[in-house]
Design a protein around this ligand. Sequence first.
Ligand code: PLP
Length: 419
Amino acid sequence: MSKIWHPYAQMQNATPNYHVTNATGVLLTLADGTTMVDGISSWWATIHGYNHPHINAAIQAQAGNFSHIMLGGLTHSPAQQLAQKLSEITPEGLEYTFFSDSGSVGVEVAVKIAIQYWLNQGIKGKHKMLSLSKAYHGDTFKAMEVGGDDDFHITYKGILNRDFVLPAPQSTFANADPQVLKQDILALEQMLQQNHQQIAGFILEPLVQCAGGFNMYSPAYLRAARKLCSEYDVLLIFDEVATGFGRTGELFAANHAQVSPDIMILGKALTAGYVGHAATIVQTFVFEGFYGEGYDTALMHGPTFMGNALACSIALAGIELVEQQGYLEKIKAIEQQLKTALLDIKSPFVANTRVLGAIGVMEMTDSKYTKGFVDFAKQRGVWLRPFGQYIYTMPPYIITAVELTKITEVMLAWLAHLE
Ligand SMILES: Cc1ncc(COP(=O)(O)O)c(C=O)c1O
């Protein structure tokens, strides 16, 4: 029996995990010889697929030089080049990158930066965070506290210190009802008006609240958040750990709204799903807000593996692939295919279907209608892993139309099976 403690699993009665012996392109090969098309990119990270020759070559080249050196007191080209590249491709004004080893830690760093920024300006009492219900920002402690997803963190209800929480925006991504949008924005405005003296930052997943239930909301909300946060001196933080690098159809979700946050977090696809790494990127005024004579105004944070040279080399190679001609068009084609396959579904078991970029979601009317789906899909050569009442796909962007059809057909076949 395996000695691994698996994630999000009741280990007393967890079903055995499928044993992967090879992963190449979008295919996972199992120990029993079967293959599965990966419909969720190893939690949305392997955007270029597995075992990619360009990325493999970058790792080998860097490993032959050195794999890691500390960033305290030392520096190296892969980290410098990646920080430079991120300042070029992220929304305007985001200039300086603090590296860390996972999305959750990237979020912790963003929150620390937001709180300390105001302390450094000599402004007291402005150390609380504003976040949204249905948000998911990771499983470390502060990340849970700015998360609003009780499915993941129900055990800690009553223990977590949630500062200020707004209802998740109701306005839809496309054709938002003006009244609903107005209400969303009014709630934010009232919150900031009443509490801005205590609020250091507003953290949100722009456009799609992924793990909290795939709520897809209006870019107009982001524009309003930008305007109001500037007006009320609250730092705006976009957590693009899930949405970054094309997932919503633009390179970053912020691009749909053409706004720049003060702080942005990237992870997952940043390193193409090869190794864990994250980037917390800030505007110049935020970076300079930590200038001073002593350590009291410096950012006292330093994960051992920040700016790991292998991770940075992988990220640079991955971004080269992203920058290739026609990359966003590929994602648009995935979006179109998902829309055609999923949006018109009529089933008593389905509450709603929605698609944005390379995200396709089938929200069931009850989580009981997802039980048994993983095995059902595996038997048909597809790897999907629902959570709650959501059966969803977020495939690697290299997926072919035929492979994507295999995924959506399994989702549809499941509905027929339920009847
Ligand atoms: C939006 C968002 N932020 C943060 C995280 C946490 O990232 P990690 O699992 O790398 O710690 C996730 C993970 O799913 C996420 O979706």
